[in-house]
Design a protein around this ligand. Structure first.
Ligand SMILES: C[S@@+](CC[C@H](N)C(=O)[O-])C[C@H]1O[C@@H](n2cnc3c(N)ncnc32)[C@H](O)[C@@H]1O
Length: 239
């Protein structure tokens, strides 16, 4: 599956994504509050927002006096991240699967990667880069699509495989094909624990009450079965 297709989809989505992200139920009242609950005490901390999209997480973290650096594969997303944050953070175009050559070793307290790891087939290089740029005991916080949800949603019959999958999103304007990779729970955890992290906390999130008014059908479903999973992993110092 081509990375080009993912980049192209987000280039097309960027304008509407940016316009809707503040109150889009799955983001504003499901992913963000749960993922942010894993980012405690961010004042004065240096945070890398990997696959930052239009910079909504960055905006929240900057308002809490964190120092944020963000990147995304989509130049349009980076344009909106800069506009939204009025140059109060550094943003650049970069592909998660490539080494972060411009960032120094042990330079961040926290790496955040929200709702983007499922666009990567092999997580190892990315996780190794997150490990390198994090300070010892630094926190890696990721939110991903829940592996059990995806197994059902994509009607998979090969749980243990990493499978390219695709679906159509209609919530951001014109319907658009989104390509990603479905993986097992083991394939979500093992790249972290094999690359120097231990799992500190894992949340199977529930939606906030605000979700219900905007989208009662999904509110009910998300209270019955999780669609996302949020993980905080901690960098073990090298022995
Ligand atoms: C669902 S959006 C999440 C954006 C943001 N993290 C948030 O939660 O608001 C996924 C983002 O991942 C980015 N992305 C996808 N593949 C990427 C890659 N290989 N490298 C960097 N960013 C990528 C997309 O451009 C998009 O902005």
């Amino acid at each position: 599956m081509s990375k080009k297709k993912i980049k192209q989809a987000y280039e097309e989505l960027a304008k509407n994504y940016n316009a809707l992200i503040d109150h889009k139920p799955h983001n504003a009242y499901y992913d963000r509050p749960n993922t942010l609950s894993l980012l405690t005490d961010v004042k004065g901390k240096s945070i890398l927002d990997a696959a930052c999209g239009p910079g909504k997480y960055a905006q929240i973290l900057i308002s809490k006096e964190a120092n944020v650096v963000g990147f995304d594969i989509s130049p349009q997303m980076i344009k909106y991240a800069k506009e939204r944050n009025h140059n109060s953070a550094t943003f650049f175009v970069h592909d998660l699967t490539k080494p972060l050559k411009t960032l120094n070793d042990e330079s961040f307290d926290i790496v955040l990667c929200a709702l983007a790891m499922h666009y990567i087939e092999d997580w190892n290089t990315t996780i190794q880069e997150f490990y390198r740029v994090l300070k010892p005991n630094g926190h890696l916080v990721i939110s991903i699509e829940h592996p059990f949800f995806e197994y059902i949603y994509f009607k998979s019959t090969r749980y243990f495989d990493i499978e390219p999958v695709q679906c159509t999103w209609s919530g951001f304007g014109n319907p658009i094909e989104i390509h990603s990779y479905r993986r097992s729970l083991h394939e979500c955890i093992m790249p972290l624990t094999n690359n120097g992290f231990y799992i500190d906390k894992l949340i199977e999130p529930k939606p906030l009450k605000e979700f219900e008014k905007l989208d009662p059908k999904h509110y009910k479903e998300l209270n019955e079965f999780p669609a996302f999973m949020c993980i905080r992993a901690i960098k073990k110092p090298k022995t």
